[in-house]
Design a binder for this molecule. Structure first.
Ligand code: G3I
Length: 305
């Protein structure tokens, strides 16, 4: 196979990218997207502020453009994200507990219902734990008003809203074995023990020199997989360039391939020029859509050439 998506498919995996609707008119962007990837994640268009800017008034247009494009190309779609403290419109934070619970459940129902049967995996809850050694929950309207049970409640609502979607918990700095990933691990183990519906854990995998690919990355994926959930690498990008960057990418791909339940990898953008890391070069294609050494390393690791 000569593309990322086709090579990954031969390994029984998907290879995806984040996509931003505003670039779907740019030929280099679209050509690269269509050729290389077989899964897409809307980068911002499925977030709460984009979809439900005021209560119970939904705007699906930008996200629909991405989903339509993906489906026309035979690509799969990851949903990102239903319940998150960030990119949350102001009105959500102003609600009391009962209203907030109703609004959260309504948001899940409406959004998942809109694309029912079209999304392979949803990030139901994103980034609910703090960084550092406490393993504590992050303050948010959901956590502060609904308590620890908000995550479980969101997953139960999500299962009912689209029974065909894989339901994921997604976070960053959980890629190695550490206090934060231990806290997520304990939550997933508890959910599985009690029958709370959860199917997958997303590891964002935003790496840089201060936060490189951890030596125990594969071991961490494996311990989650051993709980009976899929693991997915959901927002991969790695700061750097040249051989060092390529080696880091290779290690990530190899780790996923070595874990049977690691079902796919998504990089967080098509080209360096539109990366969220404003001045960085963390992706597989440069600003002119040329393949970087990291691209070749990924393709080779996937068994392609
Ligand atoms: O929507 C406005 C637009 O109307 C305005 O013209 C423009 C001017 O700057 O800003 C637009 O909003 C920006 C939005 O991206 C859409 O482009 C926000 O300012 C900007 O903060 C936002 O950044 C996104 C960030 O999430 C927000 O938290 C990045 O693109 C996106 O890559 C990033 O993605 C997150 C994942 O969702 C979760 N994990 C971490 C990851 C990286 O931070």
């Amino acid at each position: 196979a000569s593309t990322l998506g086709a090579a990954a498919a031969e390994q029984g995996r998907y290879f995806g990218t984040a996509v931003a609707a505003q670039y779907l008119g740019e030929s280099g962007y679209v050509t690269t997207l269509n050729r290389e990837f077989n899964s897409v994640t809307p980068e911002n268009e499925m977030k709460w502020d984009a979809l439900e800017p005021s209560r119970n008034s939904f705007n699906f247009a930008a996200a629909d453009r991405i989903v339509s494009h993906a489906r026309a190309q035979g690509m799969r779609v990851r949903g990102h994200t239903l319940v998150w403290h960030s990119q949350l419109p102001g009105w959500v934070g102003g609600l009391g507990a009962n209203d907030l619970r109703a609004a959260m459940n309504n948001h899940i129902n409406q959004v998942m219902g809109h694309w029912r049967g079209q999304i392979h995996s949803w990030d139901v809850v994103n980034e609910a734990f703090v960084d550092g050694n406490s393993g504590a929950r992050r303050s948010s309207p959901f956590q502060d008003r609904l308590g620890d049970g908000f995550i479980e409640e969101a997953f139960r609502a999500a299962r009912a809203a689209d029974p065909n979607a894989k339901l994921c918990y997604n976070d960053y700095n959980t890629d190695g074995i550490n206090a934060k990933s231990n806290a997520v691990y304990n939550m997933v183990r508890d959910f599985k023990a009690r029958g709370v519906p959860i199917d997958c854990v997303g590891f964002q995998s935003h790496f840089n020199s201060a936060s490189p690919v951890p030596s125990d990355f594969q071991a961490n994926l494996q311990r989650f997989a051993d709980l009976g959930v899929e693991v997915q690498i959901t927002e991969l990008d790695i700061e750097g360039s040249g051989t060092a960057q390529a080696d880091s990418y290779r290690r990530v791909v190899q780790a996923c391939l070595n874990v049977t339940r690691c079902t796919g990898i998504t990089v967080w953008g098509v080209t360096d020029k539109y990366s969220w890391r404003a001045s960085g070069t963390p992706l597989l294609f440069d600003g002119n859509y040329n393949k970087k050494p990291a691209y070749d390393a990924v393709l080779t690791a996937l068994g392609g050439s």
